[in-house]
Design a protein around this ligand. Structure first.
Ligand code: TLP
Length: 360
């Protein structure tokens, strides 16, 4: 299977498996796991922050950050397609009791002026606005990169209004590799950053939340409350540490494969893709109105190519560690053949094929 549904589908490499097998471990809830401790120290130093805490998922690092930054009844501000709002199962309401104020961005990116316009003066009728969340790269924005200069302008608005700034950096590493901006420089304007090891870096499990010592100590308590205190977690942290050390630079290969894929898709009759929007490893593309994205996805799945419908006529393909340049060419061939078949005059206008994946 050429699996382009996500960069979460990657399998640990043989070298990573070997490192995992040999990892020293201990009870991490008691602070005794040397591999987890090494991972947390390494990530904190890399991002130029005081401390980090390892958790099972990016959803948990985001939700623990929200809980630790806010109190129930507070308001957070984020972009309308943000993963925290769109894909985390209502976590902000359920776990932190916060209200979400949404800003419509351009492919996930909003400006300091947009943020300023979303703020309200103090009034006892209003919720207390506490936190602003950004996403870099932005998933539903098409893997778009948040410009550092705009982040600084947003951070200034936050500072002027006593707001904290959190980054959902599930694909932070991709933004750093694509721009050449160091992790510490990109993380500097944020109070907290969530990073994932299980996306492009290819580790099997885990994310880290980084920030000040005092904040991370508070976050550890909420990690425990949410059930994320793990025991011999060095087994999985070893994969994350290996990925951090060996798989960051190679993200450039995923980015060039994404360019190749996007260019190939553009040449296929019936598919629309905006090449200017492909900045990292995510490629979003559209089918004609008469062809549901789920139909194309299920036809391709039957041919061994995985893509993910994200809207009625939109699909996502994500290049990753498991997919070579040759695989991209094979996938393009199969997409071209399938599009020709689905658009042939003998096909009904709307295919009756049962969708393999119906999730958006
Ligand atoms: N995103 C997944 C799905 O949930 C959509 C994917 O396949 O892209 N922040 C961002 C920006 C993400 O894209 C994701 C995963 C997360 C957070 C959550 O990470 P996990 O899956 O570790 O909870």
């Amino acid at each position: 299977m050429i699996d382009l549904r996500s960069d979460t589908v990657t399998q640990p490499t043989p070298e990573m498996r070997q490192t995992i097998a040999q990892a020293p471990v201990g009870d991490d809830v008691l602070g005794d796991d040397p591999t987890v401790n090494e991972l947390e120290e390494t990530v904190a130093v890399l991002l130029g922050k005081e401390a980090a805490v390892y958790m099972p998922s990016g959803t948990m690092t985001n939700q623990v950050a929200l809980r630790a930054h806010t109190e129930p009844g507070d308001e957070i501000i984020l972009e309308s397609q943000a993963h925290i709002y769109f894909y985390e199962a209502g976590g902000p309401a359920a776990l932190s009791g916060v209200m979400c104020k949404l800003i419509d961005g351009q492919r996930g990116i909003f400006t300091a002026t947009d943020l300023q316009a979303a703020l309200r003066p103090w009034n006892e009728h209003y919720p207390r606005t506490k936190l602003v969340c950004l996403e870099n790269t932005h998933n539903r924005g098409g893997g778009s990169i948040f410009p550092l200069s705009e982040i600084y302008a947003i951070a200034q608005v936050c500072q002027d209004n006593d707001l904290r700034l959190h980054l959902d950096g599930a694909r932070f590493w991709n933004a750093c590799v694509a721009t050449g901006i160091s992790e510490a420089e990109y993380a500097a304007p944020f109070d907290t950053v969530s990073v994932c090891f299980s996306k492009g870096l290819g580790a099997p499990v885990g994310s880290a939340l980084v920030g000040s010592k005092a904040f991370i100590q508070r976050a550890r308590r909420f990690r425990k409350m949410f059930g994320g205190g793990m025991r011999q977690a060095g087994i999985i942290a070893a994969g994350a540490l290996y990925a951090l050390r060996h798989h960051r630079d190679r993200l450039a290969t995923d980015h060039s494969n994404a360019q190749r894929l996007a260019q190939g898709l553009q040449a296929i009759d019936g598919i629309t893709v905006n090449l200017d929007h492909v900045q990292t490893n995510l490629v979003y593309f559209d089918t004609p109105n008469t062809m549901p994205a789920t139909t194309l996805a299920s036809e391709l799945a039957a041919l061994g190519v995985g893509v993910l419908p994200t809207a009625p006529n939109t699909l996502r393909a994500v290049t990753n560690l498991m997919v070579s340049q040759a695989d991209i060419d094979t996938a393009l061939d199969k997409i071209a053949t399938t599009m020709a078949k689905l658009q042939s005059p003998s096909m009904p206008a709307k295919s009756a094929t049962a969708p393999a994946v119906s999730r958006y």
